[in-house]
Design a protein around this ligand. Sequence first.
Ligand SMILES: N[C@@H](CCC(=O)N[C@@H](CS)C(=O)NCC(=O)O)C(=O)O
Length: 311
Amino acid sequence: MSELILHHYPASPFAEKVRLMLGYKKLPWRSVRIPMVMPKPDLMALTGGYRKTPVLQIGADIYCDTALIADALEHRQALPALFPEPCKGLARTLAQWADSTLFWAALPYSTQPAGLAQMFANVDPAQAQAFAEDRKAMAVGMPRPRPKDAAAALKSYLRRLSDMLEGRDFLLGEHPNIADFAAYHPLWFTRVQTPALADILSLTPSVLDWMDRMAAIGHGSPERMSAADAVEVARLSQPLPTDGEYFQDEHGIALGSPVSISAESFGPEATEGELLVASRTHYVLRREDARAGVVHVHFPRVGYALKALKL
Ligand SMILES: N[C@@H](CCC(=O)N[C@@H](CS)C(=O)NCC(=O)O)C(=O)O
């Protein structure tokens, strides 16, 4: 079986979500460090355009977005479950709220000037400037709350999480599930990357205790791999067969058509390829890359726009 290769960088909250899920399932994994800003040529060889962090590679199969990466990990190893019965619909929905609403309160709060100053304290100012410009371009068209409004929203959300933790160790019971991993990473960012602003978490001590329990899960023991070696793994691998996948046509686009897929918000960079799979939950594009060879790039349906390419 091909190794799990995570393309990520340490300060990425969405990557922290996946690192902990890998640790929770005790799955062995390889760690490839990617740049925090564009350009990302080695990642592009695999994804063909998608530039967000993290990306999971299994041989010549490339999984974009942590919602889909969670499904891929569950498929790889069912237990302990990220989507346990009977609350998997609730857990997925709570996770979606956390990855969007909670994340987009915690991030603007943490990246106000005092937080950015701490994040980039030991870094060349040109790098901090490049980061700010890169993220501004990614967030084009997105409303950004002012720090005080973000703080007010974040306090409300922390109280909601605190309410959920009354009488139990994790958000929906005695074990963590996808909702815990999704709610944890935006708060991890505030606590670990911008501690100057982390006092906000002390207002809800039960949330802090839960964060300690989540942190204790750990990342397992990843082994480093170079980006060039990861591209070579893709080149030497065959993508998994996709025949027999259910086809749900929402767009009037036949399988085999040239298409593009892009995130609906934050980071408009598209991946282009041949539509191989459009199941109820995900898409697979086939693309051929000069360095990586034939790769299959996987995206979730939710949050992504599928468009036919006019040739
Ligand atoms: N919906 C995506 C969001 C991923 C995301 O926004 N990641 C941030 C880092 S935490 C990002 O890509 N930032 C820009 C970059 O790393 O290039 C997911 O669940 O994977």
